[in-house]
Design a binder for this molecule. Sequence first.
Ligand code: G16
Ligand code: MG
Length: 217
Amino acid sequence: NTKGFIFDLDGVIVDTAKYHFLAWKKLANSIDVDFTETQNEQLKGVSRVKSLEKILSWGNKTISEDEFMALMAKKNDDYLSYIDKMGESEILPDVPKILNHLNENNQGVALGSASKNARKILQKVNLISNFQAIVDGNDVSKAKPDPEVFLIGAKALHQKPENCIVFEDSVAGVQAANNANMISIGIGDKTVLSEADYVFKDFTEISIEFIEELIKK
Ligand code: G16
Ligand code: MG
């Protein structure tokens, strides 16, 4: 039995949300806009363009197209300065255990991320060889909750959507998995991710037996 397992990146494999937060906060403050952790929650799984649009609307700012592009570049440069220092120690607990089990049992493994920096991050934490397919912000035109990112992932794994399982930490991502007709596994808070088929706090709560059940389903 072969299934397709599709992983979100930020919040599932690594905690890059804290670096997005630092970079967005610095940028927002530089244009006199307040930026809180609560607001940052609303940017999870959201593309870079959409994130900046939200920050500008929270601050009631209108800027030119050129300024918009310049701010996006500034945020990304700052974000990349954190990414450059990343290493294997930043992989979230028990992620390698699950990835290795899937790889050893010839299951399809793909990444489905909104980030344009996904490949770079996977290289930094030395996990790139665990993935047969990488679908990221460079490959999609429609953001989560649209199912596009996961449907492209399923195709790359030669799997039907109903034989795919998605791991996601964001509400929009869980909705995207459900919209793709895949099994959705929320990683995080049960009350926030209530639309997911299953929710676990993190991968330390996911047993190999549970993974085996998903493979046999
Ligand atoms: C991630 C983050 C978002 C971020 C987006 C785009 O998505 O959750 O906060 O805005 O990627 O990232 P970048 O600016 O690197 O292209 P995911 O889907 O991996 O959770
Ligand atoms: Mg995420």
